[in-house]
Design a protein around this ligand. Structure first.
Ligand SMILES: [Zn+2]
Length: 279
């Protein structure tokens, strides 16, 4: 499943390719699941609109859309197209003659002659249209881990009593942090995944915030160099693998101290840690 760094990479890649373009025509497939906004209403809302920008909010990719007035698309967004990739969703920028992959649920013809496609074999992904004249812009449920300040970060966890690993995965606290980056950042910070959030010291929470930033930033930079693998139709590689220190390295020696990495369940999720380096 794509996590924050992958979604950030995809959003940046799509932004570079379609910013300033215009949606000329829209085709949607017959499956209902991908359409959080009913497909006919969504198609009507998208058609003709200029793409002003594409960015990530939490694990969502948000297209900021201008007016459908071709003479004056404006600079202020009037609508949004919100794409959640789910487990297996992909956004591809391609040409109309490129072979259409199985499980393609959306094809947006662009004025430049290119085509934007949404492909999702397992159909956990979601497409949503919002008119900003009728409602508020999309906001993720939790705080943004790349920009959250130290005080705000500490405040998220101080008053709770859940295992820190569970808190990191809770999307209403922090947006977009999944299993891999939770395990890796707890290792970098030297904190055991089952520690209760209210027992963590200010120093530990400070280390955790820094570790999370470092791990996410590193992954985004790795992804940045392989962006075409995600968004160009000829790119077929899956989501990149970070050089994990603990994630899915059960029984293998810790890269710092050689102690075998252990796997436990926290909040129902496989959780990997070094029993010596993490306290
Ligand atoms: Zn270790």
């Amino acid at each position: 499943m794509p996590e924050l760094p992958e979604v950030e990479t995809i959003a940046r890649g799509v932004h570079e390719r379609v910013r300033g373009d215009r949606i000329v025509d829209v085709w949607f497939g017959n499956y209902r699941e991908p359409f959080k906004t009913p497909a006919p209403r969504q198609a009507k809302g998208l058609a003709g609109r200029a793409v002003l920008a594409v960015h990530r909010t939490g694990k969502h990719i948000v297209f900021e859309l201008g007016s459908s007035d071709a003479a004056n698309s404006g600079t202020e967004p009037e609508a949004q197209w919100i794409v959640h990739l789910g487990m297996t969703g992909r956004l591809l920028v391609t040409t109309p003659d490129a072979p259409v992959a199985a499980h393609t649920h959306a094809r947006l013809d662009l004025a430049s002659g290119r085509e934007l496609r949404f492909v999702d074999p397992r159909r956990f992904g979601r497409l949503e249209f919002r008119s900003l004249k009728k409602g508020a812009p999309f906001q993720g449920p939790g705080a943004e881990p790349l920009t959250i300040g130290a005080d705000e970060f500490a405040a998220l966890f101080h008053s709770r009593r859940m295992p820190i690993k569970a808190a990191l995965l809770n999307q209403t606290l922090l947006a977009g942090v999944g299993n891999i980056y939770a395990d890796e950042s707890l290792f970098q910070a030297g904190i055991r995944p089952r520690r209760r959030t209210n027992r963590l010291t200010a120093d530990e929470l400070g280390r955790l915030r820094q570790a999370l930033l470092k791990v996410l930033d590193h992954a985004i930079r790795l992804g940045g160099s392989s962006v075409s693998d995600y968004v160009d139709a000829n790119g077929v590689r899956g989501f990149f693998q970070l050089e994990h220190c603990v994630y899915q390295r059960t029984g293998e020696p810790c890269l710092r101290c050689q102690t075998p990495i252990r796997r436990i369940l926290v909040a129902g999720r496989g959780t990997h840690f070094c029993p010596k380096c993490q306290r």
